[in-house]
Structure formats: C-alpha cells, structure tokens
Write a protein that binds this ligand. Structure first.
Ligand SMILES: Nc1ncnc2c1ncn2[C@@H]1O[C@H](COP(=O)(O)OP(=O)(O)OP(=O)(O)O)[C@@H](O)[C@H]1O
Ligand SMILES: CC(=O)N[C@H]1[C@@H]2OC[C@@H](O2)[C@@H](O)[C@@H]1O[C@H](C)C(=O)O
Length: 386
C-alpha cells in the first residue's frame, strides 16, 4: 500500500521503538454491544494485544439502532441522539481500559460506529455508508484523539467501503493461514498471500449471525442461539434453503459488500412466503444455520483457493454447530478459531480498528483497492483531536 500525503494529527512517539498504543472500538452488525481492544502497534508490523473489554448495548439504544436500520419517521433527530448514545457507550469502554492501564498513553482511538445504512452504489457520487457515532463527543469524553468514519473515503473513491479487515488480517495472520473468516452479523472472508508484493483479496459472503439472532429472538426472546443448539433440533428445509441461496447477491463477483440493508427480517419473510405451508420455527433456524455455512463455503470455493488453513473469528467461531457445518461444506480446509493463532475470535475486529487508527496516524492507506474496488489506496477516517 502506498502512503499518499495528508494532513494528519501531530504526535509524540517513543522514537527508539516506534511502537505506540491504540484503542480499537467496534460494534458490528450483530448489534450485541461494543468490543474494545488496547493494542501496542508498530507501523512496520507487529501487534501485541494488551487487553480486551466488551459491554453490551443498553436495550433501549440497541432497539433504536436496530430501528434506524430501517427507514422511518423523524430519523435525523433520532439518529443524532443514537450517535450520542453510541459515543457514550464507546467512551465508557475506553475509560474501563484506561483505568486498567493507567501507565499507558493511548495514541488514538479507532472507532467504527454503528452501521445503519450501507449503500456504496456505483462510482457516480450517489453511494454512501453511514456509521452512527458522535466522534467529537467520544474525543471529549475520553480525552483521546479519535479516528472515525473509516469507510466513507473508500466509498468516495468508488469502493465498497467494506470489508476493511483483509489488510489487517494479512498483516497479522499471513503465513500462518491461507484465509480468515469473520462471522459477525454479516460474514466476510480474507484470502491471504505470502507472495512478495501480493495483496490479499476479500469480500462479504452474506448473512453471518444476523438472521439466526433475529429468528431465535422472535421465537424464544433470546439474543442468540448458543452453540447452535436450537438449530440442531430442526431439519433443514431444502425449498427454503434453495430460495434464499437464489438471491442474486450470492452470485455477485467481488468487490462486493452487504449488510442489514439486504439481509433483514423482511428478506427472510419474503422467502418464507414462497413456501406452500407454514414452516416449523426450529426448522427455519436449522435452515438459516445451513444458509450461513453454505453461502460462506460456496463463496470461498468459488473465489478462494481449493483448500488450506482457515482461521475463523467473530461470534460465529463460538457456535460449535456452525463450525461443524463449515467443516462439512469445506472438507479440503482445515478450520479452527483464530484463538489458535494467538488472537481470540472476539478480539480480531476491534484490533483491526486499532490498526486502522494507526494507519491513519502514520499517514498510511487503510483500504485495499483490490478488495473494495476503490480507484486507489486512501488514508481512511476523520481525525477528532483529544
Ligand atoms: N456461544 C455462542 N454461540 C453461538 N453464537 C454466538 C455465541 N457467542 C456469540 N455468538 C454470536 O456472535 C454474535 C456476535 O458476534 P460479533 O461480535 O463478531 O459480531 P459483530 O462484530 O456485531 O458483527 P460484524 O462482523 O458483522 O460487524 C452474536 O450476536 C451471536 O450471534
Ligand atoms: C458496512 C459495514 O459495517 N460492514 C461490516 C459488516 O460486518 C461484516 C461485514 O459486514 C464487513 O463488510 C464489515 O465489517 C468488517 C469489520 C470489515 O469492514 O472488514
């Protein structure tokens, strides 16, 4: 990646080592809450995770963020209030890690915000992606400089604005696995390379946990299907599975990205409506788990290599049934959670946003045009000084 010039924050750094501390704050499409990772990062590579913390969203904020994923009334005011709520939740977690490590000076926070719309569109200036976060308030509350809005510049350059993690996956996992799979609300894959000068590839696969979470919440009031246990009690419905896998998104070539804009309860209901008779909820859950596994496997086989080592991160790595379904669908891949490579599955994304903050501070590009389709490498994010 090249490093175009940009006006960037001034910095003081331990010149002897070049290593600085960054905080990554991530709340993804699952909307379960906020993950924070405090990491020591060196611009030339090398990362050590110092600590990790998680806090669930308050139910009222989570409900409002979910509602804002769907067009509705008086959204500007509601979105502004929700962006303040996200900033307060992020600041609380930042404070937790600051208090645990008072001796460390944190160079910057990389704060993702909450995606409520993702419409990258064509390269005609109409595309946008929107992550709710009042980054100014976060800088004010935390006393730390914040890099936010990390996707918009890539979209402005004609890219998808996502996925952004392949560059980070390459930096920390290359040589130890051939592919990295993130199963959050949405799933995405990075295909790594050890060839000199080669860049990784990557793309979104489709729904990860978001439809599974929705369905078990609707029928049992639970936030997620722990270990896929409920899905395991049902039978896969072939007609429903075929209908869902028929969505044109699954046939799109990379660069491609998606989100709750497409894979949401309305999408699921439309496919349920194609069935001749009502389905048992437990069978729908079994079918959704199969959809997640098969859409990932199909994308990996079509656009990735024939096999190798696949490291899995995100909450889906904690779903034993999903991991077994992936193993069955990808017999030539050896699959294990990223924990085996030294970075726990639930820390990878937040660590990636700490890394993206470092790229901004160091005036280095954060995107990979080969992944997102942007017209060139770009420094990502907007800077909000401490
Ligand atoms: N023990 C478990 N069994 C099954 N699923 C689990 C378990 N623990 C977490 N999950 C799933 O993982 C989800 C959270 O994953 P994660 O934090 O990676 O998502 P995210 O960061 O919101 O998503 P994205 O990568 O789309 O931005 C939960 O909503 C749940 O579906
Ligand atoms: C628009 C948006 O928020 N996309 C997320 C989402 O969650 C997973 C997948 O869809 C991925 O494209 C992206 O997040 C990861 C962190 C990324 O940008 O690499």
């Amino acid at each position: 990646m090249s490093a175009p010039p940009v006006t960037s924050p001034t910095r003081s750094r331990d010149a002897s080592s070049g290593t600085e501390h960054y905080l990554g704050l991530m709340s993804g499409t699952s909307l379960d809450g906020v993950d924070a990772v405090l990491a020591a990062l060196h611009p030339q590579g090398g990362m050590q995770v110092i600590d990790h913390a998680f806090a669930p969203f308050e139910p009222a904020l989570r409900n409002e963020l979910l509602a804002l994923n769907t067009p509705g009334d008086n959204e500007l005011h509601r979105a502004a209030l929700a962006a303040n709520g996200v900033a307060r939740a992020y600041a609380e977690l930042a404070r937790t890690l600051q208090q645990r490590h008072p001796q460390l000076s944190i160079r910057a926070i990389g704060a993702h915000g909450q995606t409520v719309r993702h419409r990258p569109g064509e390269f005609d200036g109409s595309g946008y992606t929107w992550q709710l976060l009042n980054a100014a308030l976060l800088a004010e509350l935390s006393g730390i400089g914040v890099v936010s809005d990390l996707r918009s510049r890539d979209v402005a350059a004609g890219g998808q604005g996502a996925p952004l993690v392949p560059a980070f996956h390459q930096a920390v996992f290359a040589g130890r696995c051939e592919a990295v799979l993130n199963v959050g609300g949405i799933s995405n894959v990075s295909l790594l390379s050890v060839e000199p000068g080669a860049t990784p590839r990557g793309f979104d696969c489709g729904p990860g946990n978001c439809l599974l979470d929705h369905w078990i919440h609707r029928h049992h009031g639970l936030p997620y299907d722990a270990d896929g246990a409920w899905a395991g009690q049902g039978q896969v419905l072939p007609a429903l599975l075929a209908s869902m896998l028929g969505d044109p998104f699954f046939r799109l070539p990379p660069p491609r990205s998606t989100g709750r804009d497409l894979f949401n309860p309305v999408w699921l209901q439309a496919h349920l409506n194609t069935l001749g008779s009502p389905a048992r909820p437990v069978d729908v859950q079994a079918t959704l788990l199969e959809l997640t596994a098969l859409s990932i496997a199909e994308a990996l086989l079509r656009h990735g290599g024939p096999g190798g080592r696949l490291a899995v991160c995100g909450g889906g790595a904690l779903n034993g049934r999903l991991m077994r379904a992936l193993g069955q669908a990808l017999p030539a891949w050896s699959i294990q959670a990223s924990d085996a490579l030294g970075l726990p599955a639930m820390q990878v994304e937040a660590a990636a946003f700490a890394w993206l903050a470092m790229r901004h501070v160091e005036r280095l590009a954060g995107n990979l045009p080969a992944v997102t389709g942007a017209s060139g490498p770009r420094i990502l994010g907007a800077w909000h000084p401490a």
